[in-house]
Write a protein that binds this ligand. Sequence first.
Ligand code: SAM
Ligand code: SF4
Length: 497
Amino acid sequence: MMDLVLPDKAHDEGRQGEALMLETAVTKNGRKLYIESYGCAMNFSDSEIVASILLDQGFETTNDYTIADAIFINTCSIRENAEVRVRNRLKEFKVAKQRNPGMVVGVLGCMAERLKAKFLEEEKLVDLVVGPDAYRDLPNLIEQADGGQRSVNVLLSREETYADISPVRLNTNGINAFVSIMRGCDNMCSFCVVPFTRGRERSRDAISIVKECTDLFNEGYREVTLLGQNVDSYKFTPPQPSPEERGLAEQIGQSKVLPEGEDLGGVAIINFANLLEMVAQINPELRVRFSTSHPKDITDEVLYTIKKYANICKYIHLPIQSGSTRVLDIMNRTYTREWYMNRIDAIRRIMPGCAVSTDVITGFCSETEEEHAETLSMMDYVKFDFAYMFMYSERPGTLAAKRYADDIPEDVKARRLNEVIAKQREHAHLRLLNKIGTIQKVLIEGYSKKSANDYCGRSDENSMVIFPVDERYKPGQYVNVLAERCTTATLMGVIVD
Ligand code: SAM
Ligand code: SF4
């Protein structure tokens, strides 16, 4: 596989296909749910909504699909290899279902939406096909499947945000949580299947977001990552108060956020900067991250808000995709090379130490060697801290599939990808080398995978940091770590008081 993913949270390669479990299960009807997730953080977050809906129906989670009564696979369509992975996994589930014919097998998420009823024909073992906006219908669909009826619900919605559903946290460390703030995407980048699989963009009620983050903090969580395909276009209009309520709000000098978080007192529109501020104000001990920012939409207002709050992490994921204005144009990204550089300059001016990561696609339709070189020179300009790097994978139904030939040979795409990866490694290493000798505020996430004598955690700027365990500090606490050395992806150091 040619995709390379460096450590980050939004798409954690280590979590692909992870079976998601609730720590303590309460059995009501004794039926066991096995749920496996692929793709981006949004899918993992959606699986927590699905689990919440099904736990209400009396299901309990299991991490052994062979004994499950219902197997759900939450799928990703972003590149062809993501779909191949899922199809291979379905073959393994087939064997389990042959042993236990009463088992319900369901495909959820983007592949369900893309392939719809075709799934029932192609993959004979699938009982349910459920798109990302139809999870509330799952209890009903499962009942139909129990009665022997295979069904599909892939209706996309303009309103569904699952705002009222409290996601159960699966496989949680009790410290970091994802919080979905919007769904869908209206951008229509020509390579991307997301607008077709996840529908129109809609923002979730800000009050429900603040409440979910407050609840998480009160349960001991110390970091929330606000999720959306394009967080900068978050926009929520709160229910407007009556003139009497408005008068009262003015009389008591009410600002944007009331302590109870119940009423926003006449605020007309809440944008992403306002939302960030509202979440940051929950508690200074709650770290706030977000993903993904879009270069065309990220505003200076957002940058100044990040700067203003010490607990909003100084880290921005700003996908470039290509360094060539012509390629960006046919990608329909609606910004130029110069525009992207201007946004980077603004970040550096407003927050000099802020980390920036990106996504890069190599070998997009008609990309020339010179245009590829422009991507490399853009990388030299920014020196990204992390990057997700992919070869272009044509997705049926997208604008690019309809309009442009996928004409860059696979070996050329792969060679260009390798050049991008090599450059990124250098830059990531350089960024970490520059941190040696500095003190990083790290949120301890747990023990290092390699040694129980070491803790691991992330710095404000999202670097993975490893340091010896000090019994005075526990996971979920912040420590100051003196960075002493590094690999290409990890800082190593010691706690300093
Ligand atoms: N909304 C985010 C944005 O606009 O930056 C990205 C969402 S997408 C789930 C994550 C990344 O997958 C994209 O930024 C892009 O680099 C990559 N991607 C999407 N479609 C692709 C395709 N057809 N081939 C290769 N990579 C693709
Ligand atoms: Fe896809 Fe573009 Fe929307 Fe990101 S912004 S999800 S790349 S269409």
